[in-house]
Design a binder for this molecule. Structure first.
Ligand code: ADP
Ligand code: ZN
Length: 807
């Protein structure tokens, strides 16, 4: 069931249905008092459930499975590993269109005669049913123009005037494309000539006919209606007139929504180091299922992927290409479609429901269109039928971990499991592998291949640290720009080169603070300060979406001294416009890249050099490859380093190295300037020397000392409730029970740095499970504690979230 239930439910079917129903098909089933759900058949068996009477299914919805056996195994693994329900996984995996909606229809009972017993409202509906024979509930609501329609329907039902019926409908609507062909009566040239003569008084229709013959030019194929309209500059109305005259017939053909049509080019030949790596990877795959490709930025990892993809396709197998972020897919598609054309399907949440259903179906039937699936996180849950290779690009990216809602799975780790279930190979690629993956490679669990030369021997950029503490002291700052960074930008612009500036924060300034009393306006629903958005002069909460105009005076002391403090991409953009009035400046962050094509458009104009300086957040760091960027500036490395999280240093290293990789890709050596108050920080030093191994060693030492992954597994338990006392008591109970089982491996309960979100108070408990202890046993123990917790009436309303391998 697509709902968070811990158990599977058994329904009764007839012997005939048992023959017909297959595991993995959808059935509509009644549940609870009056609900109907789309459920998936998990198993056919003949054991009667003991705790309840099995109901009958409502309807069989598919003749063939829409979910594979391997998917069911994989989902089961996710449910047990990430401690969630199978229903959670089902909901995350299945495009919504598969989860049918049901709708109540009201039908007229034809044997009913005595209308005199009906009330006025009932009669209105009865009358409407004489016209239409069936009505939907919301039609009835319109007729009666008020909400209490249920009593009216109940009245009609009790008088036997109507029946009600649940109608189940598919939300998925295939798209049809219209083609035109000549009507049968126009098979001879004579008839055609006569037609053209007849049309001499209808010049527009005549034009269409001529266009039609041009497009057809002797072939037997029908002509695409849209193309004819475009070609002959006509309209649907004119075509319709010709259809009515019985000149044309319309043929409707179902067509998938997303298709790529390009000239296919042969894939690039690999250079010598790439070829070595490619062969080594294949060598690893003879022995192991998983291989890490540690290749520096611009070494040509993507080119190696294309060779592996090509070989996998030649074996008739499917490929899954995972990317950490939707935004990146457009960039990779445009690279891959040159080589693989319409063998690529794309799957991600910005695509429409119908587009997603198409990818799903194409995979199920092993269609040529879905030989390569490119997608973000959730594509790891798709119905592959013959998977040969999984590529996890930028495997270190934390966005692979689902945070909200359940299932809180890690797509990289789930991909490794997916590969295992299919007997497919899994390649993890990164210039800056995650500590966990590198550790797995060092332990020999994964193979490890290193690629150390950049394509075309482009030099790694020269990285310079700028001490802004010193610059502030010497008054050499203009806003957030040191004189050094200013000079570098000026030089780059002088050479007609492009600049990328990286700033870690979204919004104009995270905090608005009163310079008299020091109070910062707070979100009414969450324990955070509101963020100032300059363009509409508004304060917003990034946690709950609350927004309000910037007050003129301080809400605490009422002085007109609210001051913006800190900075974000928006302010950097404003400062730049003042510093470099001639330059074309653009900003890339969540605010400027909304919509399906927002990101794409911005990248295109940067690529076409319509933008000189691009200011952006994390989005800028990945996979982009611009030939004309000679300078990358990082405005402030410290807010990354100082983030209170055990992965903060690792992430800073990854982000700095990735963002540096955007500089200087062709002949010229790129330049990177990193501004920091603390340029002697070990991590920044390791960034300047590209010393991954040293970074890894330091991080491992720290994590060993303080017990963090990969030495332990983290399970976080989050409790939420509107009432602070309630959540506090509940967390104390939970914490105590956990300590009984796990001793000093339990940390907390504590209040997180943001202790209240959307009016709910939050408490967290962290459990560190040592790697050698049986994970299954520990999780069983946690589950038992959760069950006893839920059984306490006072705690039932407390929301409990379990996050395994939490970030
Ligand atoms: P990475 O993924 O390791 O950062 P890319 O695959 O993006 O590196 O390669 C960087 C650039 O070099 C791209 O523009 C790519 O097209 C080019 N390139 C890399 N290898 C080759 C090759 N063998 N033939 C042609 N171009 C290549
Ligand atoms: Zn809020």
């Amino acid at each position: 069931m697509p709902i968070p239930l811990q158990k599977l439910f058994t329904y009764r079917i007839t012997a005939a249905e048992a023959d017909f129903i297959k595991v993995g098909t959808r059935v509509a089933v009644p549940f609870g008092k009056s609900k109907i759900y789309t459920a998936i058949v998990y198993e056919k068996h003949s054991e009667e459930p003991k705790a309840y009477e099995a109901k009958e299914i409502f309807q069989i919805l598919d003749d063939a499975p829409i979910i594979t056996q391997i998917q069911l195994q994989q989902w089961q693994w996710i449910a047990s590993y990430y401690m969630c329900s199978l229903g959670d996984v089902l909901r995350a995996a299945l495009p919504k269109a598969f989860l049918l909606e049901s709708e109540t229809l009201v039908l007229k009972n034809n044997s009913f005669e005595d209308v005199s017993i009906l009330t006025d409202d009932e009669y209105l509906i009865w009358e409407a049913l004489e016209q239409q024979s069936k009505l939907k509930i919301h039609d009835i609501a319109k007729i009666l123009d008020r909400k209490g329609i249920l009593s009216v329907i109940n009245g009609l039902l009790s008088k036997d005037a109507v029946d009600v019926k649940e109608e189940i409908y598919e939300q998925y609507k295939p798209k049809f494309v219209k083609y035109l062909q000549l009507h049968d009566s126009y098979t001879t040239d004579e008839r055609l000539h006569q037609l053209l003569d007849d049309l001499s008084r209808a010049p527009k229709q005549r034009e269409v006919m001529l266009g039609f013959f041009q497009l057809k030019s002797g072939s037997e194929e029908p002509v695409l209606m849209q193309e004819l309209i475009r070609k002959s500059n006509s309209s649907t109305a004119i075509i319709k007139a010709l259809v009515e005259k019985k000149v044309f017939d319309i043929i409707k053909v179902r067509e998938d929504r997303v298709s790529f049509q390009t000239d296919i080019k042969p894939i690039h030949e690999l250079n010598a180091p790439q070829l070595v790596a490619f062969k080594e990877i294949k060598g690893v795959f003879d022995q192991k299922e998983v291989c890490l490709l540690h290749g520096i930025t611009s070494s040509g990892k993507t080119e190696i992927y294309t060779h592996l993809i090509s070989e996998t396709l030649a074996q008739g197998k499917q490929v899954l290409y995972l990317l950490p972020e939707i935004a990146l897919t457009t960039h990779i598609i445009s690279r891959l479609e040159h080589f693989f054309g319409d063998k690529i399907s794309v799957f991600h949440s910005r695509y429409s429901v119908d587009e997603r259903v198409e990818v799903w179906n194409n995979l199920l039937v092993k269609s040529d269109k879905a030989q390569i699936v490119l997608g973000a996180r959730s594509s790891v849950l798709l119905p592959f039928s013959n998977l040969g290779l999984v590529i996890v690009d930028e495997e270190h990216e934390t966005s692979y971990k689902q945070f909200e809602p359940s299932p809180r799975y890690h797509a990289r780790d789930t991909a490794v499991m997916l590969g295992h279930l299919h007997g497919a190979k899994v390649l993890l690629g990164s210039a800056t592998p995650s500590v966990e993956t590198y550790y797995n490679a060092k332990q020999g669990k994964y193979g490890y291949i290193k690629l150390d030369t950049r394509f075309g021997n482009v030099m790694l950029p020269e990285i310079e640290l700028v001490d802004i503490k010193e610059k502030h002291r010497k008054k050499r700052m203009k806003g957030h720009f040191s004189d050094r960074l200013f000079l570098l930008i000026e030089q780059a612009l002088g050479e007609k080169e492009q600049v990328i500036l990286f700033q870690n924060r979204r919004g104009f300034s995270p905090v608005v603070e009163c310079s008299t009393c020091g109070v910062a306006p707070q979100c009414p629903n969450c324990d955070v300060s509101l963020t100032y958005h300059k363009f509409n002069n508004e304060l917003r909460c990034h946690y709950c979406g609350h927004q309000q105009p910037l007050p003129k005076t301080c809400p605490a002391c009422e002085n007109p001294t609210l001051d913006t403090k800190g900075f974000g991409t928006e302010q950097i953009e404003l400062e730049l416009k003042e510093l470099f009035p001639e330059a074309k400046i653009a900003r890339m962050d969540l605010d400027t890249t909304r919509g399906k094509y927002g990101y794409q458009k911005l990248l295109r104009s940067f690529h076409d050099q319509e933008i000189d300086i691009l200011v952006g957040t994390q989005m800028l760091t990945k996979g982009l490859d611009f030939k004309n960027v000679s300078l990358v500036g990082v405005l402030n490395a410290d807010n990354l380093l100082n983030f209170p999280d055990f992965r903060a240093h690792e992430r800073t290293y990854q982000l700095m190295v990735q963002v540096s990789g955007r500089a200087g890709r062709d002949q010229k050596r790129g330049k990177v300037a990193i501004q920091s108050f603390n340029p002697y920080h070990q991590i920044l030093q390791q960034v300047t020397t590209h010393d991954y191994a040293a970074m890894y060693q330091d991080q491992m030492n720290e994590r060993h000392q303080f017990s963090y992954p990969p030495f332990v597994r983290l399970v976080r338990i989050v409790l939420k409730h509107k009432d602070f006392v309630k959540v506090d008591t509940a967390a104390a109970w939970m914490g105590k029970s956990l300590v009984n089982s796990f001793g000093d491996q339990v940390l907390g309960p504590t209040s997180p740095s943001i202790g209240r979100i959307r009016n709910k108070y939050i408490k967290t408990i962290l459990i560190k499970l040592p790697a050698k202890v049986s994970l299954k046993q520990s999780k069983g123990q946690i589950q038992r504690i959760r069950d006893s917790f839920m059984a306490i009436p006072d705690f039932r309303a407390v929301q409990v979230i379990v996050d395994v391998d939490c970030y």
